[in-house]
Design a protein around this ligand. Structure first.
Ligand SMILES: NC(=O)c1ccc[n+]([C@@H]2O[C@H](COP(=O)([O-])OP(=O)(O)OC[C@H]3O[C@@H](n4cnc5c(N)ncnc54)[C@H](O)[C@@H]3O)[C@@H](O)[C@H]2O)c1
Length: 464
């Protein structure tokens, strides 16, 4: 059935928030559903201008192609939020929900101000019934607050709130959206709730197999997103805790991970020891989980999850201390090259990247930093703009490493595996060190080249 608002399209979808989630998820819907018109709005006009340009605001492999396939046809980017609300039947809310930095719950709870402003804006602008879809990650029971705001004026408009958390991972967002492990939709178990849930499921059914579209009650859906991130982060902290023990006992964390992960009850994925997890979600979502547990008086449960964050912070500090100890207990005036600044490969995103903490700590030790990254240098400059110390940003990794005393691998970019390390070694100050915070380079080969090699969770290989 075609739609009364614009007969060319079956339905009009709006997404509020054109960020790392809103942009790619909506581009995928538009790409897969040419019958639906998808509009993405944002309060940030610069961001919208970038989405409408040849240089998209975020880097994701495959994103350019998807956007190009649909933009101007059934995918629109706009700053006119009011019009977008009026013209749409289904509204995704994908605004940021960072950790609160002030007042009650500062440093723990989710800051819901952007989300609440959106709810109020929808209420103000809507003149017909809408399905509101929570795409942002939100504390469990937020849908109830959303409903309270939306129903605060008796204006005859019906709003049905659904929870549809996003599980994509940056760096593989397009692949994850194209073939998701599951799509989760939580709804009220009322007639209207189930009907709205079906409408949303029908969109995904255009490309996602039915058995992967999972429906639950609304609270379980909201909570599942926090729990999924907590479990993923927990695996990283678990293997990192074991990496520290491996370093003391000359065991090799990769071999331990392999042996443990071959147990099908455990599984081998996400057991890669590293300098720690980053990204905008893991830390904030666990802090939020901890906060919610404390709110309900579940202090032991809260402490358990807090431990995941504590180990992650320990791991970053441990990396700095390892560098300091290895380099004769002083880094002052030494030139250190950071290979990578993004929190993971294939993204330019640096939010909560371990590289930020490590760069700052190295500058506190009066090291001079050279930072190279294929996609994240603009963000790195912003992250370090207020830091005191010498830092420069260089595109070419060979130039970046030249004249340095040490390299610290911060991001697992494929490019860094494939460099000519003999050439790099020749250009560095001796003794030359490499600290591999991602275990991606060939440690034995680099050792034979002359480097003193400090992997994560494995025996060191040193000529000293
Ligand atoms: N980044 C990820 O990998 C990821 C994955 C899954 C879920 N999430 C969740 O998705 C949500 C969005 O994350 P993100 O990384 O896309 O954030 P982001 O900061 O990249 O994007 C959010 C956008 O919302 C816009 N915005 C804020 N308030 C607005 C308003 N009132 N009206 C219109 N636009 C507004 C901002 O200008 C910004 O462009 C968060 O809740 C996050 O936890 C993120």
């Amino acid at each position: 059935m075609k739609n009364a608002m614009n007969p060319h399209f079956k339905k009009h979808i709006l997404c509020i928030g054109a960020g790392y989630v809103g942009g790619p998820t909506m581009a995928m819907i538009a790409h897969k559903c040419p019958d639906y018109r998808v509009t993405i709005v944002d309060i940030n006009p610069e961001r919208i201008a970038q989405w409408n340009s040849d240089r998209l605001p975020i880097y994701e492999p495959g994103l350019d192609e998807i956007v190009r396939s649909a933009r101007g046809r059934n995918l629109l980017f706009s700053t006119d939020i009011e019009k977008g609300i009026q013209e749409s039947e289904i509204i995704f809310v994908s605004v940021n929900t960072p950790t609160k930095t002030f007042g009650v719950g500062a440093g723990m709870a989710a800051d819901l101000q952007y989300w609440e402003k959106t709810a109020r804006q929808i209420l103000k602008s809507a003149t017909s019934d809408k399905i509101i879809v929570e795409k942002s990650t939100l504390p469990v029971r937020t849908a109830r607050a959303m409903e309270r705001i939306l129903f605060s004026e008796n204006n005859g408009v019906h709003f049905e709130v659904l929870s549809n958390p996003e599980f994509l991972a940056e760096g593989t967002a397009i692949r994850d959206l194209e073939a998701p492990d599951r799509v989760l939709i939580g709804s009220r178990q009322t007639e209207k709730g189930l009907e709205a849930r079906q409408q949303l499921a029908d969109i995904y059914a255009n490309w996602v197999p039915q058995e992967r579209i999972l429906t639950t009650d609304i609270w379980s859906s909201e909570l599942s997103k926090l729990v999924a991130n907590a479990f993923l982060a927990q695996r990283i902290s678990s293997i990192n805790a074991i990496a520290a023990l491996c370093e003391k006992t000359e065991a090799d964390v990769s071999q331990v991970a392999r042996a443990v992960g071959m147990d099908t009850r455990i599984g081998g994925r996400f057991l890669h020891a590293s300098v720690g997890f980053g990204g905008s979600c893991f830390k904030k979502d666990i802090l939020n989980l901890v906060y919610i547990c404390r709110h309900y008086g579940l202090n032991e449960v809260a402490n358990y999850w807090q431990g995941v964050i504590d180990i992650n912070e320990y791991q970053q500090e441990h990396f700095v201390v390892t560098m300091l100890n290895a380099m004769f207990n002083t880094l002052a005036g030494k030139r250190i090259c950071l290979f990578g600044f993004a929190f993971k490969a294939d993204t330019g995103d640096t939010r909560e990247s371990p590289a930020i903490y490590i760069a700052r700590r190295l500058m506190e030790e009066h090291a001079d930093l050279v930072i190279t990254d294929p996609k994240a240098l603009d963000n790195a400059k912003m992250d370090l703009k207020d830091s005191k110390g010498n830092v420069c940003f260089v595109d070419n990794p060979y130039e970046a490493a030249s004249g340095c005393h040490a390299i610290a691998v911060m991001t697992e970019w494929r490019q860094f595996r494939e460099l000519d390390y003999e050439r790099i070694y020749r250009s560095m100050v001796k003794p030359a060190f490499i600290f591999d915070g991602r275990n991606i380079v060939d440690h034995q080969r680099l050792f034979e080249t002359g480097f003193n090699v400090y992997p994560t969770g494995k025996p060191v290989l040193t000529h000293l």
